[in-house]
Design a binder for this molecule. Structure first.
Ligand SMILES: *Cc1c(COP(=O)(O)O)cnc(C)c1O
Length: 395
């Protein structure tokens, strides 16, 4: 099997698994207990917190453990919104290409009377800072822009956006779930006040993540209970997952350049070969994209059929985002960069990890060429296009 769906989730690294093992056995205490078993767990917890803080460029007490990226996104956005509302600020700026954990939270706030401005990215999938400047109002309570997109891999100008927000005194949140561990992220250099990350996107465990909140940022509790996470996120800590996350992150960042140097040539080879297939287009910017992300649209072809046939050839890929596959709605991200509905349906995302090889890349290219040619032969849409009864959108 060739796994090329690392934006959906990754395989755990041996390092992360080995770091977790003692937490299933010797280190079983509750970090809140005062006795030695508890203190041993508390030490492991603090050590993980310090590792993560050092990597992110923040203080350990600015790190809040959550159940993952979705919870961190929810807590960051709801906290900033409620804090803003207290001061009469009920306007939030975000982008049309955010993850649903952000967009659906914003929908909920909208229903509660907040005004939401969603910036449309440029056709290459990157948000223009001028658009942000034009959208800022005196009552803007929050700007939330993802670091890198989970579907088309585009990397946003986060440092510039952060600098604008800092200058205007507006809290800035970034969903950095796809970025952390893959490209350099530093909350202090990047002027970020709130950041979300998730362990299972960098070879850690599923169900664990971090909300970074800059000192002085007022957080709202989503879960009430004990005093864990400085009273902001109740519940006995998932120590094995937290320890595994710290180990996975440390490993990922220590190989970040090396991994990118391995992935970028494979990514670029895939892109250059796939766009040679007639009526195929790359989604997202060619350069400013995650090292392992490839996303293309094939005209006249159903993404779902493509995936199933690739699966038969042993290739795990994705069409649209994992959350929308299963429904017939085309990806909101592809629509936001201007792909028409019928094109957005024929999309394919390959997300590589450093475990993939150049040989696998060759096999993926060959398989896609075969599958696309097979499917276009049977597609009524393709037939109409060929006969000139319909015009191609992708030339
Ligand atoms: C995966 C992902 C999330 C959700 O993270 P979970 O830990 O699965 O809840 C949020 N944002 C982005 C960009 C993601 O890729």
């Amino acid at each position: 099997m060739i796994y090329a769906d690392n934006a959906a989730t990754t395989k755990m690294s041996k390092t992360a698994i080995n770091a977790m093992l003692p937490c299933f056995d010797a280190i079983y205490g509750n970090p809140s207990s005062l006795h030695s078993a508890g203190q041993q767990a508390a030490e492991a917890l603090l050590s993980a917190r310090k590792t993560i803080a050092e990597i992110l460029g923040c203080n350990p007490n600015e790190v809040y453990f959550t159940s993952g990226g979705s919870e961190a996104d929810n807590q960051a956005i709801i906290s900033a919104a409620l804090y803003g509302a207290k001061k009469g600020k009920k306007h939030i700026i975000s982008t049309a290409i955010e993850h649903h954990a952000v967009l659906h939270t914003l929908d909920k706030l909208k229903a509660q009377g907040f005004e939401i401005t969603l910036l449309d990215p440029h056709e290459n999938g990157i948000v223009l800072t001028d658009d942000l400047l034009n959208a800022i109002r005196p009552d803007t309570a929050l700007v939330t822009v993802m670091y890198a997109n989970n579907e088309i891999g585009t990397i946003q100008p986060i440092r510039e956006i952060g600098a604008i927000c800092r200058e205007k005194g507006i809290p800035f949140h970034s969903d950095a779930v796809q970025a952390v561990g893959h490209i350099p992220v530093n909350v202090s250099h990047d002027n970020i006040d709130l950041l979300s990350l998730s362990a299972h996107k960098f070879h850690g465990r599923k169900g664990i993540g971090v909300l970074y909140a800059k000192r002085g940022t007022v957080l709202t509790n989503l879960i009430e209970g004990g005093a864990q996470e400085r009273g902001k996120r109740a519940g006995t800590e998932n120590l094995p997952a937290i320890v595994g996350m710290a180990a996975a992150l440390k490993e990922a960042v220590s190989h970040i350049d090396e991994n990118a140097a391995k992935l970028i040539p494979m990514r670029d080879k895939l892109i250059s070969e796939l766009v040679k297939i007639p009526h195929t287009i790359l989604n997202g910017d060619k350069q400013r994209r995650l090292p392992g992300n490839v996303n293309v649209c094939f005209e006249g072809i159903e993404g779902e059929s493509l995936l199933l046939l690739l699966n038969e050839k042993g290739i795990c890929a994705s069409s649209g985002s994992a959350c929308t596959s299963g429904s017939l709605d085309p990806s909101h991200v592809l629509l936001a960069i201007g792909r028409p509905h019928e094109i957005a349906h024929g999309s394919l995302r390959l997300s590589l990890s450093e475990e993939n090889t150049a040989e696998e890349t060759e096999y993926i290219i060959k398989s896609i060429q075969e599958v696309v040619s097979y499917l276009s032969g049977m597609s009524p849409v393709w037939n109409d296009l060929q006969k000139g009864e319909k015009n191609y959108v992708i030339q």
